[in-house]
Each structure stands twice: as C-alpha cells, then as structure tokens.
Write a protein that binds this ligand. Structure first.
Ligand code: 5GP
Ligand code: MG
Ligand code: MG
Length: 181
C-alpha cells in the first residue's frame, strides 16, 4: 500500500467484480436498442479509468466521448462553479447516452451536466457513477448504475486524484489528511 494512503476501501479485485456487474446490467438494459448503440460520456479526468474498464465489459455497439469540466482545482471541496473546458465531439441528439462519473460528492457537477446534456435531446440519459459519497447535503441525482457508496473522506485511486497524483493506484483508498492539510 502507498505510504500516503490511510486505508484501502475497495481492492482491485472488488472493483473489477463490481464494474463487471455494472457492464452486464447495462448490456441487458440496452439490449432492445442494441442496433442504435449507446454513447458513453466520461467526465475527464477522474472517470477515464472507470469508463475504460466499463466499456470493455459492455457487450453492445458503443461510442466513447469525453467532456472536461472545472469544479475542483487542486483543493478538496467543490466550488459549485462549473465550467465546460472541453465539450463532446458527438452530436447526442436522439442517442442513448450514459454519463460515467468517478464520484458524486455535492452532486453539483452532475446536476449541471445532466441539465446541459438533456437540453441536447438525447433519446435517453442515464448516470453510471463509480462512487457515491455519503455527503450531506447532496443534490438528488438518479444514479441508475452505482459502483459503491463510500464515506465522506477524501478518496484517491482508480482515476481519482489529489493535485493530479494517485490516479494510477489500482485500488481506491482514503488519503491521509496530513497529505493535503
Ligand atoms: P461534486 O460536484 O459532486 O461535489 O464533485 C464532483 C467532482 O469532485 C468529482 O467528479 C471529483 O472530480 C471531485 N471529487 C469529489 N470528491 C472527491 C474525492 O473524495 N476525491 C477526489 N479525488 N475527487 C473528488
Ligand atoms: Mg469527476
Ligand atoms: Mg480531481
């Protein structure tokens, strides 16, 4: 275990198992629209690893696209100010879209994104979030596909960073508070 990690929450094996389950659920749920295909949208950069793994366990025609939004900088609390830094390259009108997020904290990022994406009139729009933090208050977001609930600590690994570090840890853990204090 990395020296800066206080505790491992989900191991590499547990993550692979759960992502596999989500991929199979999506494959089943979208079987009827398989010929239209789906568009997986990842919110950079944290969700890139989750989406890459998820895409490989979905047995349907799919496209992958990316958005980048700012909400955090290198601090640890959401600013509530969301700005699109990079938009989709795909026209999602009439498409079945699944937004892959790394972690739902205040929910402000997803709330903004879902509103923004729904204005483009996709055929359907759902959320797959790898983690949902037990944060209060949290915007009410319907997470059709959820990896794990996690405690309200600062979490890194499996795509999640602190100041761009730790994204490559294959597990998810709690960062020691002395690292960011
Ligand atoms: P929200 O808008 O839901 O408060 O925050 C969403 C974004 O904040 C997430 O997509 C993620 O980038 C970042 N974030 C929230 N909590 C954590 C955390 O515990 N660890 C890391 N690394 N990022 C977090
Ligand atoms: Mg994110
Ligand atoms: Mg970050």
């Amino acid at each position: 275990m990395h020296d800066d990690i206080a505790e491992i929450l989900f191991t590499e094996d547990e993550i692979a198992q759960r992502v596999g389950e989500i991929g199979r659920a999506i494959t089943r749920d979208y079987a009827d629209v398989a010929d239209e295909g789906i568009v997986l949208v990842s919110v950079l950069r944290g969700a890139a690893i989750f989406m890459a793994d998820l895409a490989r366990v979905i047995d349907l025609p799919l496209e992958m696209d990316y958005m980048a939004v700012s909400s955090y900088g290198s601090g640890t609390k959401s600013s509530g100010v969301i700005r699109i830094l990079k938009d989709l390259s795909t026209n999602i009108e009439g498409r079945h879209v699944i937004v892959a997020e790394d972690i739902l904290d205040s929910g402000l990022t997803l709330e903004y994104l879902l509103k923004n994406l729904s204005e483009r009139h996709p055929a359907s729009l759902r959320v797959a979030t790898f983690l949902r933090k037990q944060t209060q208050p949290q915007a009410e977001i319907d997470c059709t596909y959820l990896g794990f609930e996690c405690p309200d600590s600062f979490i890194v690994g499996y795509g999640l960073d602190y100041a761009e570090h730790y994204r490559n840890l294959p597990y998810v853990g709690v960062l020691k508070p002395e690292v960011y204090r």
